[in-house]
Write a protein that binds this ligand. Sequence first.
Ligand SMILES: Cc1cc2nc3c(=O)[nH]c(=O)nc-3n(C[C@H](O)[C@H](O)[C@H](O)COP(=O)(O)O)c2cc1C
Length: 352
Amino acid sequence: MPDLYPLAGPILRLLDPETAHNLAIAALERGLIPGPAPFEDAILQTRLWDRDFVNPIGLAAGFDKDARVADAMLAQGFGFVEIGSVTPRPQPGNPRPRVFRLSADGAAVNRLGFNSQGIDAVAERLGKRNRSGIVGVNIGRNKDSAQAVDDYVSGAKVLARLADYLVVNVSSPNTPGLRALQGRSQLRQLLLGVQGTLAETPERERPPLLLKIAPDLTSEDKDDIAEVSLETGVDGLIATNTTIERPPTLVGRHRSETGGLSGRPLFGPSTLVLGEMYSRVGHQIPLIGVGGVFNGRDAYDKIRAGASLVQVYTALIYQGPGLINRIKRELAGLLRADGFASLSEAVGADQR
Ligand SMILES: Cc1cc2nc3c(=O)[nH]c(=O)nc-3n(C[C@H](O)[C@H](O)[C@H](O)COP(=O)(O)O)c2cc1C
């Protein structure tokens, strides 16, 4: 199947970004966007948390919030797909417009605010999968819940047995108070609460627990997260979510919209945080690198900074699904050119 995105992309980009996204999801759901010829390369295979990843390139949270197209996106060539964020009860999110393209910057700003069909709808869809291919589940909290910890606990309770890994998202900038959960005592309480629930899940159904962090953290915040993660035995960290910063280089007319900035301008800051967390916990906790990955070189840089896996979202808006195989091909070439025999050998190479 030829890559039709060079034709379809410019048409989609004439539409409001959320409308274009909903169209893409509807088309994927109906099987109208068949996957490309498979491209896999043994050098890209990796094993983490007792799971085999055919390649390390994953779809980041936020593209498929309600688990409608997880298998369709795996068929596009992703090595894994993260669905969500899912909130316990359904909620509409913020008023539209709430997603903005900054095309000249290769970026986007969103303030969706966790629009979600809720855990029951998502659990029903995930329950119908045949579970080939790795699907992680990212959980968030309802805007109007009194007790954040209870939300994550109920999300984990329902979704644990359906997830290949579970992510506690405490880093979206669009739910008031959410990112404060990254503070030392709140984070400890939250992680212990979720782990308590996971301990009730039979061991063979118990998924690894990951924490997704923001790029906008002080060095004390990063120390705290590292310490609590090691102490509680978190299985992985995802660095990073979108940023509330606005680099002065931005030119897109929507640059001052409220929300989280993703895409190219996030590459530097998110890779820096990734490397900083790798030097704090990398010897014990695997990391997923996300933020501004547009090509194989970007993915390789994340891996050398400490990522065992890499995720993308915003680049898909601009380049479409052909991006996935391009990244994999380039990454395999870069690994070989530097003499690595496997992906895992390159993880953290810049820190050694
Ligand atoms: C429209 C949009 C919605 C997002 N929704 C979520 C979400 O629900 N949960 C989450 O953890 N991250 C969410 N993200 C953040 C991405 O998962 C990712 O961390 C961030 O966009 C950086 O990667 P990128 O530069 O490749 O897009 C969202 C990003 C975008 C652009």
